[in-house]
Design a protein around this ligand. Structure first.
Ligand code: PMV
Length: 329
């Protein structure tokens, strides 16, 4: 019986993914662009050992996973089993480097690590692009965590999703930026991304405008990475996040992920910029603020955010590698 352990870092989108063209296959309505991080990741061990007999056994951060989480893992493993021609249930032991309850638990690093560990344990040897396609079926953003550094996710055109995969942006390799994470609340996010994307697409009058703008943002982000122009990349990142959230806020009922500390942190970043720092915020489907900045300014940015009212904790992350196997056997 083979068991495999894989590690993946989470990624933060600088050009957001917000909307699906196919919900069953997690096909994005647009491309997206992200940075994979060295911290905030997942380590997952998969063994096709029969699980608990009837079902897969899923342990998350040392305890049995909630039913919804376990069901999502089983659906994903079913695809791997079908592909490998095996039937055995599995034991999955997965740990996030930041406790899931901190609200930063990431389906991105989770499904990237699971895709790699499960395929290796099942005896499959997939190329990175195939792994990216597979990880996407677990979570759209997970497709990007297969690769390290700056990564672009393609929207793809095919109905089967075989061309909706991520690829690394080599022009960004070695660029020494940092992402400072400011946690502004404890606990899980209020509304999951799939439901929120669906509601935005179905009810927000701004959704079409959001989709129309993404290709331009992707082109601008790519150019900024090639030129190593942090203010240009930061401007795109802030714009993309604000437009994503504006489209969600205009849904019915409205989707608002921010809390007072989110806004205070955004204001602090703008103030830092006015003082000459090269720092730019982005916000995902939750209240936390992530700040892209120059490596040399990361400590100052983190200290300023740490003293912002309502900010509970800060973390500094650097660009990190793609998903990798730690152990097979
Ligand atoms: O991969 P999902 O379904 O959790 O969606 C991710 C959505 C955002 O984090 C808000 C944006 C992104 O591109 O990561």
């Amino acid at each position: 019986m083979i068991s495999a352990t894989a590690v993946a870092g989470t990624n933060i989108a600088l050009v957001k993914y917000w909307g699906k063209r196919d919900e069953a296959l997690n096909l994005p309505a647009t491309g997206s662009l992200s940075l994979t991080l060295d911290r905030l990741g997942t380590r997952t061990r998969v063994t096709f050992d029969g699980g608990d007999g009837a079902a897969d056994r899923v342990l998350l951060d040392g305890a049995p996973a909630a039913e919804k989480v376990a069901a999502r893992v089983t659906t994903f493993l079913d695809r791997v089993r079908a592909r490998a021609g095996i039937a055995a249930r599995a034991t999955v032991v997965t740990d996030n480097s930041v406790p899931t309850a901190a609200g930063l638990a990431s389906s991105a690093s989770g499904f990237a690590a699971l895709a790699l560990a499960a395929t290796a344990a099942a005896g499959l040897d997939l190329a990175p692009t195939e792994l990216s396609v597979l990880a996407r079926l677990g979570s759209g953003s997970a497709a990007r965590s297969i690769f390290g550094g700056f990564v672009e996710m393609a929207r793809g055109a095919r109905a089967d999703g075989s061309d909706a995969a991520a690829h690394p942006l080599e022009a960004g390799a070695g660029w020494d930026v940092r992402l400072v994470v400011a946690l502004t609340a404890a606990g899980e996010k209020s509304l999951g991304s799939t439901a929120a994307m669906r509601r935005t697409a179905e009810t927000s009058p701004y959704y079409e405008a959001w989709v129309r703008g993404v290709d331009g943002d992707l082109a601008a982000a790519r150019a900024a990475i090639t030129a190593r122009d942090l203010p240009a990349l930061g401007a795109v990142a802030e714009r993309s996040a604000m437009r994503m959230h504006a489209s969600a806020m205009a849904a019915d009922p409205a989707i608002l992920y921010w809390n007072p500390a989110t806004i205070a942190a955004m204001a602090r970043v703008r103030a830092l910029r006015a003082e000459g720092a090269s720092a730019f915020f982005t916000i995902d489907a939750g209240p936390h603020v992530k700040v892209l900045c120059d490596a040399r300014q990361a400590e100052v940015v983190a200290a300023a955010l740490a003293e912002t009212p309502g900010v509970l904790r800060t973390l500094i992350a650097a660009p990190g590698p793609g998903a990798r196997l730690e152990e097979v056997g």
